[in-house]
Design a protein around this ligand. Sequence first.
Ligand SMILES: Cc1cc2nc3c(=O)[nH]c(=O)nc-3n(C[C@H](O)[C@H](O)[C@H](O)COP(=O)(O)OP(=O)(O)OC[C@H]3O[C@@H](n4cnc5c(N)ncnc54)[C@H](O)[C@@H]3O)c2cc1C
Length: 567
Amino acid sequence: MRNVDTDVLILGAGGAGLFAALHAHQADPALCITVAVKGLLGKCGCTRMVQGGYNVAIAREDSVERHFMDTIEGGKWLPDQDLAWKLVTLAIERIHELENELGCFFDRNADGTVHQKAFAGQTFDRTVHKGDLTGIEIMNRLAEQVWARNISRLEEHRAVELVRTRDGGAIAGVLMIDMRTGEYAFVRAKAVLLATGGGPTMYRYHTPSGDKSCDGLAMALRAGLPLRDMEMVQFHPTGLLAGTHTRMTGTVLEEGLRGAGGYLLNGAKERFMPKYDPLAERATRDFVSRAMYTEIRNGSVTPNGGLYISMAHLGPGKVAKDFKGMVERCADCGFDLAGGLVEVVPTAHYMMGGVEFNPDCTTELPGLFVAGEDAGGVHGANRLGGNGVANSTVFGAVAGDTMAAWVKKEGLRDPDQAAIVAAVGRCEPKTMASHGSLEPVRERLYGLMWDRVGIIRDAAGLRAALAELGQIADELANTGIADANRAFNLSWHDWLNLKSLVATSQVIAQAALAREDSRGAHYREDFPEAGALETSAYTSARLEGERLAIGMKPVAFTRVKPGQTLL
Ligand SMILES: Cc1cc2nc3c(=O)[nH]c(=O)nc-3n(C[C@H](O)[C@H](O)[C@H](O)COP(=O)(O)OP(=O)(O)OC[C@H]3O[C@@H](n4cnc5c(N)ncnc54)[C@H](O)[C@@H]3O)c2cc1C
């Protein structure tokens, strides 16, 4: 096993990971900082995929209080208010840093002010953007700045275990697999940042990048850390549905299509949203997704089993001009968005749940920090579009600052060798020479999560899902890998991905069973009411030995109580 020592180890190179690296370096350029990432730095993860933009209260008529209230009300009073406050206040600093220090060009108005567009669920047009490719602008500038500094990179290195010291009192480092050779490496670090970006890719239809398989959440769980709000999985209503042969299925057709007046039609080509909500197609993501799922369940579906979006009534020429990128994306899959019908389906997009953490990004485990989509509590039951990239950049920067201060008073710690041996054992398939196929396991997981732990849930379905997830875990443990060559062994990594996804799916299903109400992204058909807001509680899941324990913890209304407003 290769051994590496570093002061700061950052797992993941999205908005959170790269901001953390830059801030830690800025605080102390002499620090040894290492970014370890499953893909290539700057080219992987979801920050790069951000289309719509970045929420920030920089307009004169807007305020951080207003952004805060939108976040709390959108999150159905479940967000941690101190985390949400940090998000809205520090987003202003981060957007200025992105523009003035890192060199991002965002769209501007004719008078020179930054252009901010409307996003669903917000009372003010506050989404800063670069056309509809905001994430590429942010990631390219961040990556350039990281490359230009003395920051080490372990690319195509997959983190597989957070390893504690022998007395269990702190984190000692992280076990990795160098995907290029298949060798194990152990990286000792004074501070470790978990920023692997969640990603609900266990559902039949999903939007995140393929490198995201909830590894960070699964590692945190095994390390004994509590995960909160795990039942809160956000579905985006309009995922492209182009058949099982293409990875384009599940990718997002942007919200602006519904905003501009697009209609959703069932398989009989009838518009159905007005019967569910007066706002019809312009209702919030959770509401539209639920109505769509109900229509699908009622059986009036398209040839691929979904619904249609129709834009032609707005004028094909106008649609082609206003939604050029979307029209091209649909054409690639054989659909005419401007003049015809496109098949769509709700698609799993974002996990509001994650590791419980403090506003300075510390966790329960000394030396372990968390930021970005791996962290839970900022968004509660719903994430506002545009608050995702704000979250990863804000808390990534906070983590960088905190870790730089932390490592000043810390030394390197020795790992529990027995824990490393056990972790290597867990990473090894039963055999690497048999003809096992992961495809049936994956399909079973996808279908199960979509059908029973998806948009509409009930106790019977969740219990059945938990039983079947146990069987899937066993099946996976007994599935061999047909290729013994360890270098770039994609089947092996696929197997590891599925293991993380199954472990995280079990937490989602357990948390969904524990929450006996319906809030935001979580809808229980057997408990359709939201429950009293004043006594709001969040789910907290933790492994106790082999058992997953779920508790409910009260939300602390530290800044505003239900029924009140800061405005
Ligand atoms: C299609 C799409 C569009 C979106 N549009 C918007 C939008 O308009 N506005 C908005 O606010 N949000 C949007 N989001 C959400 C937003 O992308 C995320 O909230 C945010 O970018 C997450 O940042 P992150 O740094 O936590 O994770 P990511 O940017 O996803 O980075 C995670 C990193 O961790 C690495 N990694 C994963 N596992 C491991 C491992 N085991 N070991 C080492 N490295 C690992 C990955 O390779 C990657 O580098 C969108 C998401 C998608 C999928």
